[in-house]
Design a protein around this ligand. Structure first.
Ligand code: HEC
Ligand code: HEC
Ligand code: HEC
Ligand code: HEC
Ligand code: HEC
Length: 201
């Protein structure tokens, strides 16, 4: 070997440990950055980047919209009474269901469950399908009013814009993003407010 040749020095044990630890920390930081980016992108683009939509959840009582909406011809507002009046659409209490199911549905398992809950005075813990985070302000009433007046359509047609054809869903599932990008794009299209405070407290 010619003297003066460059020689790669073997790292000492101490150095090896130091580099090892630095490597792990760098990797950790990269993972956190990647997760944060995914999170922000999915919020802005309104697209679930990692997980797609899931099928709707199982409910404490397997409530079928098609039976009530398509077969019986009931209006959405018959049950979701607050939808044209306030922020939340609201799910009816068992009392409203019992106006019919006091007599309709003897011996059907799901109806027996409903009657039991009603008699025990237990509220039905419906699993939420659509939900915006707590820092977001959403008002049904403004949307229903705007689109029924502008297009001269029934309320049901307006629901479908955001919720799809619920009347045909055995289990309600989410079909539209309803994330920030989606809300803001529609607001821009219709000249509705797009300043941050319109939707954030
Ligand atoms: C007979 C009463 C009744 C009628 C009529 C009815 N719904 Fe519902 N709706 C419910 C009940 C009960 C739930 C909760 C259980 C479930 O999600 O299936 C619900 C849930 C929903 C949800 C999901 C709520 C969430 O957690 O995000 C949407 C959206 C909805 N209904 C829209 C509609 C639309 C649109 C119509 C009209 C086409 C309609 N409903 C007609 C009773 C009704
Ligand atoms: C206007 C009357 C009416 C109201 C109000 C009503 N239902 Fe019904 N519901 C019916 C009829 C009629 C059927 C069909 C019964 C049958 O198949 O024999 C039905 C069917 C059902 C079934 C399916 C039963 C089965 O196993 O096939 C469930 C579950 C149910 N209703 C739950 C509810 C709940 C929960 C509410 C309140 C949010 C409600 N219903 C409000 C009339 C009504
Ligand atoms: C502009 C979009 C949009 C339209 C139109 C719309 N919804 Fe919703 N809906 C939402 C969003 C967003 C949520 C979640 C709100 C939250 O978490 O506070 C929601 C939640 C719900 C819920 C569950 C929570 C609650 O508010 O009680 C029901 C039930 C519901 N909608 C029914 C309806 C019905 C019925 C109509 C038509 C009369 C309708 N929606 C029209 C966007 C919409
Ligand atoms: C399909 C189009 C559309 C979608 C989607 C939509 N909006 Fe809107 N929104 C409107 C229109 C149009 C108005 C204006 C109504 C009016 O002029 O009174 C409005 C009004 C509002 C208002 C009331 C503003 C005010 O001060 O009167 C709020 C809050 C709001 N939207 C929040 C949301 C949020 C949050 C989302 C998403 C979860 C959303 N909107 C999705 C069309 C939409
Ligand atoms: C039309 C309604 C609307 C407007 C206007 C709006 N946002 Fe949002 N924003 C939303 C909704 C809906 C979400 C929740 C998205 C989700 O479900 O993850 C959100 C989420 C966020 C988040 C949290 C991101 C997350 O992942 O939860 C931030 C930060 C934010 N918005 C900032 C802003 C700022 C800054 C502005 C003004 C330039 C603004 N928003 C205007 C509807 C709106």
């Amino acid at each position: 070997m010619i003297p003066g040749d460059f020689q790669i020095s073997k790292p000492t044990r101490r150095q090896a440990i130091k580099h090892g630890i630095l490597g792990v920390i760098t990797l950790g930081v990269l993972v956190v950055v990647a997760l944060a980016l995914t999170f922000i992108l999915s919020a802005w683009l309104g697209r679930p980047v990692v997980f797609g939509y899931s099928e709707g959840p199982d409910q404490p009582i397997a409530f079928p919209h098609p039976t009530h909406v398509e077969d019986l011809g009931m209006d959405c507002t018959f049950c979701h009474r607050n939808v044209t009046e306030g922020a939340a659409a609201t799910i009816p209490s068992a009392g409203l269901c019992m106006t019919c199911h006091e007599v309709v549905g003897d011996e059907l398992e799901e109806i027996e469950k409903l009657r039991e809950m009603y008699e025990d005075g237990r509220p039905i813990d419906w699993v939420r399908v659509h939900r915006v985070p707590d820092h977001v302000h959403f008002v049904h009433e403004a949307h229903i009013r705007f689109f029924t007046e502008r297009d001269g359509v029934e309320e049901t047609a307006v629901c479908a814009t955001c919720h799809g054809d619920v009347g045909s869903m055995e289990k309600v599932e989410q079909v539209r993003d309803l994330k920030m990008g989606d809300c803001v794009n529609c607001h821009r299209d219709y000249g509705a407010p797009t300043d941050c405070t319109a939707c954030h407290y």
